[in-house]
Design a protein around this ligand. Structure first.
Ligand SMILES: *Cc1c(COP(=O)(O)O)cnc(C)c1O
Length: 452
């Protein structure tokens, strides 16, 4: 039998079994399997830490969202927000399900083209498009969402040399009761900037005005904010119809729906408190069908939902490296996944569960990542059982933003695996190796050797 490790005795108030503010605490069950695959086997085979994505969850969440909108509104189109997770395997699931692509940079635009998306079904957002990118998108007849007047004038210039007329919308920012207001992107509704830009587009005669766009923020906990946004865009559409007899093809309400994650500092889990797809769909659809649009003339409703479609499908498997006592007597556990892989832990209180059976005894613990950086704290305070080095923890609802905002700081990035609907795992991104980093470096001749 293996020798038991000595654990220094420590006197603490025992809280096990004590009711909290909301009644008895419920201890989350261990996550031993993900979509039928054993966590320990996944870690053994592909290494730790490891990102795991569930294809089944991606498809089922998408279908719930699509159904919520398509049962309430006649013309609905989702466009996958690339920056939320642009692994090609992920994008292609959404494209197979019928999503267009929503991109915010030239790099993302090229990635959507490389994935085989019809260029007419790429929405090009973002505040920093170059002349070359605008020309390419114009020639490809993609949908260009104009962010500011300088871009509008540049596009009018680009149109002179292009094979096609640019197909455009403007991004509108507005007061929807959500503060701070995101007014750094697009044209403001209340002060007349948006109406001014629309007039300039219509009078230029050079651009085809296809729609109106807004993206009011992210993790918006109020469905009503979208009703306000939809009503304001519908009003701009009405003014265009009255003054220019111009009918818009679409209204794009952007992204921003809350996922089922729990925000830091919340008492109740996000799955209980956050609006559902049905709540958002009801607010948006009612606002549009109750506006001036005549039956049969409703514009297409575009949604650029990001995090709410992918958070739930993502897991990180990590391993315990060590336990220690802080100077305060508090228990600390160090794991091999830190904020380098879990950027969203600055805002989310992710579900963190053990992957194997443990003792009943739990203790308030600080959970740290492997970085030599003080802010690398996954959770200040989490009630965890005693864990041994090598034990696994599963961090859940990590599908959004972590795979695009992860950073290569002192560690190489790990593999990403996707479990398909049959329960088979596929590597969808290899782990980085030394060569992935040093291969890009160049050494000037006089620095190629450290011999003097
Ligand atoms: C980031 C972004 C989205 C997706 O936002 P979520 O909050 O993840 O739903 C959609 N549209 C635009 C323009 C964005 O910048």
């Amino acid at each position: 039998m293996e020798k038991q490790k000595y654990e220094r005795p420590h006197i603490l108030r025992l809280e096990t079994g004590m009711p909290g503010k909301f009644g008895m605490r419920n201890e989350p069950a261990p996550t031993t399997h993900i979509d039928g695959m054993a966590v320990s086997e996944l870690a053994e085979k592909y290494g730790s830490p490891l990102f795991v994505l569930s294809e089944k969850t991606i498809r089922s969440v998408y279908r719930q969202a699509y159904k919520a909108f398509s049962t309430r509104y006649p013309k609905v189109q989702f466009a996958w927000s690339y920056k939320t997770n642009y692994l090609s395997a992920v994008c292609n699931i959404f494209h197979q399900e019928g999503s267009w692509a929503e991109v915010v940079s030239g790099f993302e635009y090229d990635k959507a083209l490389a994935n085989g998306v019809d260029p007419k079904k790429i929405i090009f957002n973002g505040p920093a498009k170059t002349r070359e990118e605008l020309l390419l998108a114009t020639n490809n007849e993609s949908l260009i969402h104009i962010d500011h007047l300088d871009e509008l004038y540049l596009l009018i210039e680009v149109a002179e040399h292009a094979d096609h007329r640019p197909r455009v919308a403007i991004r509108v920012n507005m007061d929807t009761g959500i503060y701070p207001m995101w007014d750094r992107f697009g044209f403001n509704y209340e002060n007349g900037q948006a109406w001014d830009a629309l007039n300039k587009i219509m009078h230029s005669g050079k651009l085809d005005l296809m729609g109106l766009h807004t993206h009011i923020g992210t993790f918006i906990m109020s469905a009503n904010a979208y009703a306000v946004a939809a009503t304001k865009l519908a009003e701009l559409a009405r003014l265009l119809q009255v003054k220019f007899n111009h009918k818009l093809k679409y209204i794009d309400l952007g992204g921003g729906f809350a996922s089922k994650n729990t925000l830091k500092g919340s008492y109740l889990p996000g799955s209980d408190t956050n609006p559902s797809f049905n709540d958002y769909a009801e607010a948006i659809s009612s606002a549009l069908i109750n506006s001036h649009f005549a039956p049969g003339e409703l514009p297409m409703l575009i949604l650029e939902t990001g995090r709410a479609l992918i958070d739930e499908a993502g897991y990180i498997i990590s391993s315990v490296i060590a336990n220690k006592r802080m100077s305060t007597g508090r228990r600390a556990t160090i794991i091999d996944a830190g904020v380098n892989l879990l950027f969203t832990s600055f805002w989310y209180q992710h579900s963190i569960t053990v992957a194997q059976g443990t003792s009943q005894y739990r203790e308030d613990t600080s959970l740290y990542g492997p970085l030599c950086m003080n802010i690398d704290c996954i959770r200040d305070s989490i009630n965890l059982p005693l864990l041994n080095p090598g034990d696994h923890l599963v961090i859940h609802q990590t599908g959004a933003y972590n795979l695009t905002q992860w950073m290569q700081f002192i560690h190489l990035r790990p593999k990403v695996v996707m479990i398909d609907e049959m329960g088979d795992a596929h590597i969808v991104r290899e782990n980085e190796e030394m060569e992935s980093i040093t291969g890009l470096e160049k050494l000037p001749g006089h620095l190629s050797s450290i011999k003097a």
